[in-house]
Design a protein around this ligand. Structure first.
Ligand code: ASP
Length: 412
């Protein structure tokens, strides 16, 4: 029986857990709360991996590239694709919201007891300064991913620059990366159980009544994500990576399920990394660099949604927008998506940046906060799939993708 369980490909078990979890949540209702701890356990186990996994695989990936010039080229391509997809996503969000007018005719009345979230306490300058860790150990302890990435990149480059003397450390880092990847395999075996519990909890305890007045907004969020997943990413895969789409989606489904059920790009990161390397055949150096960076700064679902929310708020409050407002929305939504941390609800915090730039009252945020989690799940799945798409495209451009492995999408 146990053998039979392991013989079923993990992605099939995860998908089944997703479907069964929804059914269990509907049946159990509020009682589904009692199994949420299984999901929490799963999230903790996965978070346990994030910092050491990023550190070891990034450093070993950089030392494997072997040359700083090549590293710059890979990094530049990844950043270019992150920007391109973010721009397409915001434009899509604004276009959809202009067409469907989700805020037209709504009067914003706040649910009792709701507080308007404060604007993010970080100015752009503070954000830039915060990228450099004062103390790398503290950044690791706090799980501050971007500063850890900066430290790991410099550390890897310095090992390269140290030549023969640095070589033993490079080997040690490589060993660390292999060990962390094996640990990821153990934790991934918990995925079906974690996903089941988390989805059952959402389906059982979510106040679906809150959806009705905001149904257009909910629909737009899901349609926008579906367009990005079904058209934008496939175009990148076909035109830039020149690889088949079905194999991509089969290879990335575990990461998508974890992203959907946890609403956190960071929590999904170990799984995304494993999918990109093992199922999609991208080399360790490209995968670790693009996926680790992407989980923090590449959030297309979030960028799209911020564009939608800006227009939604403006429509609900009857605020006229001109072409300059649209430029501002595009800029602030892209920045917001970059600045949002890969944790549940961070997109909501970034709304204040976008709304205040065009003079829409921040009450809009409290108005949509009640349905945020349900929308966050789809956004996060879109964000994570975007990281994998860019990793595949960059891997292909650099000739560092094992096409046979990609096509066989080995179900590990
Ligand atoms: N939760 C999302 C993520 O982790 C960000 C968001 O709230 O939009 O990718």
């Amino acid at each position: 029986m146990i053998r039979g369980w392991f013989r079923i490909a993990l992605w099939k078990r995860v998908l089944a857990a997703l479907v069964l979890g929804i059914a269990a949540g509907v049946l159990l209702g509020e009682q589904a709360q009692s199994i949420k701890w299984i999901g929490d356990l799963f999230i903790r186990a996965i978070k346990m991996l994030v910092v050491p996994l990023i550190f070891f695989s990034l450093v070993s990936g950089i030392t494997a590239v072997g040359d700083v010039g090549r590293l710059g080229k890979v990094g530049g391509r990844a950043l270019g694709l992150f920007m391109l997809t973010a721009f397409i996503a915001v434009s899509l969000g604004m276009g959809l919201a202009a067409l469907v007018q989700p805020g037209a005719g709504l009067t914003i009345t706040l649910p009792t007891g709701s507080a308007v979230p404060p604007p993010p306490d970080q100015s752009l300058v503070a954000m830039i300064i915060g990228l450099v860790p004062e103390n790398p150990i503290m950044a690791m302890a706090q799980g501050a991913i971007l500063p850890v990435i900066i430290f790991a990149v410099l550390f890897g480059v310095a090992i390269l620059a140290s030549g023969e003397e640095g070589a033993p450390l490079a080997r040690a880092m490589n060993a660390g990366s292999t060990v962390m990847q094996n640990m990821t395999i153990y934790v991934m075996e918990l995925t079906p159980f974690g996903v089941f519990a988390l989805i059952a909890w959402v389906a059982g305890t979510f106040g679906f009544d809150a959806l009705i007045p905001l149904s257009k907004l909910v629909a737009l969020n899901y349609v926008g994500c579906a367009i990005i997943l079904g058209i934008v990413y496939p175009l990148i895969l076909r035109l830039i990576a020149r690889l088949p789409i079905i194999d991509f989606y089969r290879g990335v489904v575990d990461a998508q399920a974890v992203a959907f059920s946890t609403a956190s790009s960071n929590a999904a990161l170990p799984v995304t990394l494993r999918c990109v390397e093992r199922n999609l055949g991208v080399s360790n150096s490209i995968a670790s660099f693009t996926v680790a960076l992407g989980a923090t700064i590449n959030m297309n679902g979030t960028a799209m949604y911020l564009g939608v929310i800006a227009l939604f708020g403006a429509q609900a409050y009857g605020i006229e927008l001109n072409w300059f407002s649209y430029v501002l929305i595009a800029l602030t939504s892209t920045l917001g998506a970059i600045g949002a941390a890969g944790v549940p609800g961070s997109g909501l915090v970034m709304m204040s940046l976008v709304l205040s730039s065009i003079g829409v009252p921040l009450e809009t945020i409290a108005f949509v906060a009640g349905i945020n989690h349900l929308l966050d799940m789809a956004r996060t799945m879109t964000n994570v799939t975007g990281d994998a798409t860019v990793a595949v495209a960059v891997g292909r451009m650099a000739g560092e993708i094992d096409v046979e492995e990609y096509i066989s999408a080995d179900d590990v």
